[in-house]
Design a protein around this ligand. Structure first.
Ligand code: KIV
Ligand code: ZN
Length: 514
């Protein structure tokens, strides 16, 4: 009988730790619902002690998303574990995942503890989590750089304290496939009791080995893989879910003893949604989900493909949900067509938001010949990330720009700041720079634009502009935002104002990050 490999998705936790990838509560809920549709077994929804927002989103996902286990991360500290339980306790299937670092470098330089003290932290953390929840995962952080005998000692103690899953992270993406696979094999030999629970792999991609290491772990006895959509995550990211799932599926001959329950036809939509909502663009040549992954479908290598599909194609584009169709709406297509696209792409929105999307699509259709599926997704993502009325301390009233090849671009802007109208003017190297300077000149708090990215959703000069920005406050907190509009300057102004509002709300709430 082949063994089921559990897919533990950590897009909303480790993935969200990607620089610049912060998501709002509604964005996280939408992604979690799509992950459930994709068929993942576990959703690691967040790290509740890290911020109010993380707590709130884990709680909401636990209450609303059915099917997968909903997991919350916690250090081994009592307050972390209590907060994690508070967040997941209403899930259909809750899990607490607790971790403590075990490599010598982490123990001495980060924790400043003895090895015995670390074992005690692990045991106490697992036992406390177990007192709340029967499903407890334990990770010796930086396991791949931990002395194997010490790692086994910690794991043995964690299992004795009640852990039902043991995860072996390659926290810094240092391992090589044979070495990492060997570590899993050694663990199962040295700690035979681990055979009665789930052994999990968690690999980072600093050397580009994350998927290969995870698969080596599976071939050596691991039955859970921790991964993220599009491989997003800290630094170079985590193992990519789509790469792991498609290796196991496409190379069934090689991985004949294993299977996953991922509905691979949902991969493309999920990838698209995560990219749109995080603002992290998928590189064109990314395996499985990059724009070029099925380029032969769009013309390249057509000769070879025409002479026989398998000449260049090792998997069917449809098996990952890549349809290659984009055109949907003309001026006269209606509401149902928009609703159908939203449903197909996993944008399960409430009625009010669907109406807003439809209104925006109609307005766009009046200006543009054709509205594409991609436009609808970009607008829906924008609407999901829209701030509530009370969260908008800054609103755009109007702006004008003058630009040309003989003048320095100049922007004049009027904002409503906490109900009071304020106007300002600034120049810039281009119109986007000018409007950005004019807006920030009116904000008293020291918040600066840190990153700016622009993507045209479809081809053509009438394409929607999708602007992603991040702003930074003087304590180093970074807030991202994006906005779409057919006018680049307008999209830029809207994204910047959204980012400023996020930064200002964080100050008001006295936000806390760890
Ligand atoms: O990479 C890592 O070590 C982690 C742990 C918290 C599991 O993400
Ligand atoms: Zn990690």
């Amino acid at each position: 009988m082949p063994t089921k490999i559990l897919i533990f998705d950590t897009t909303l936790r480790d993935g969200e730790q990607s620089p610049g990838a912060s998501l709002t509560v509604s964005e996280k809920l939408l992604i979690a619902k799509q992950l459930a549709k994709l068929g993942v077994d576990v959703i690691e929804a967040g790290f509740p002690i890290s911020s109010e927002g993380d707590f709130e989103s884990v709680k909401l996902i636990a209450e609303q998303v059915k099917g997968p286990i909903i997991c919350a991360l916690a250090r081994t500290l009592p307050e972390d574990i209590d907060r994690a339980w508070e967040a997941v306790k209403d899930a259909e299937k809750p899990r607490i995942h607790t971790f403590v670092a075990t490599s010598q470098i982490h123990i001495t330089q980060k924790l400043r503890k003895t090895k015995e003290e670390v074992i005690k932290l692990a045991v106490d953390g697992v036992a406390r989590a177990k007192s709340y929840c029967k499903d407890v995962e334990f990770s010796p952080e930086d396991a791949a750089r931990t002395d194997i005998d010490y790692m086994c000692e910690v794991v043995r103690a964690a299992i004795k304290a009640g852990a039902t899953t043991i995860n072996i992270p390659d926290t810094v993406g240092y391992a090589e496939p044979e070495e990492y696979g060997g570590r899993i094999k050694a663990l199962l030999e040295k700690v035979p009791e681990a055979k009665n629970i789930v052994v999990s792999v968690h690999c980072h991609d600093d050397l580009g080995n994350a998927a290969a290491n995870s698969l080596a772990g599976v071939r050596n006895g691991a039955t859970q893989v921790e991964c993220t959509i599009n491989g997003i995550g800290e630094r170079a990211g985590n193992a990519s879910l789509e790469e792991v799932a498609m290796n196991l599926k496409v190379r069934k001959d090689f991985f004949k003893d294993f299977f996953t329950e991922i509905k691979t036809e949902e991969i493309f939509n999920t990838s698209r949604m995560v990219s749109e909502l995080t603002g992290l663009v998928v590189q064109r040549n990314k395996a499985i989900v990059g724009q070029n992954a099925f380029a032969h479908e769009a013309g390249i290598h057509q000769h070879g493909v025409l002479s026989g599909k398998q000449v260049y194609e090792i998997m069917d584009a449809a098996s990952v949900g890549w349809r290659g169709d984009n055109l949907v709406l003309g001026k006269h297509s209606g509401k149902h067509a928009v609703e159908a696209v939203l449903k197909e792409m996993g944008y399960e929105l409430d009625k009010e938001k669907v109406e807003i999307v439809i209104g925006k699509i109609k307005a766009l259709a009046d200006k543009k010949k054709e509205v594409m599926k991609e436009d609808i997704v970009a607008i829906a993502a924008d609407v999901v990330g829209e701030l509530k009325g009370e969260e908008k301390s800054v609103e755009l009233v109007e702006f004008t720009i003058s630009t040309g090849n003989k003048i320095k671009p100049n922007a004049h802007v009027t904002l409503l700041i906490n109900g009071e109208k304020k106007s300002g003017e600034a120049k810039g190297v281009g119109p986007v720079d000018a409007i950005s300077n004019a807006i920030t000149s009116l904000i008293e708090q020291p918040i600066r634009l840190k990153e700016y990215g622009l993507k045209a959703i479809t081809g053509g000069t009438d394409a929607l502009a999708d602007v992603s920005i991040s702003v930074e406050d003087n304590s180093g907190n970074v807030f991202k935002a994006n906005a779409v509009n057919e006018d680049i300057v307008m999209a830029s102004a809207m994204a910047l104002i959204k980012g400023l509002n996020r930064a200002l709300n964080f100050r008001v709430k006295g936000g806390k990050e760890i």
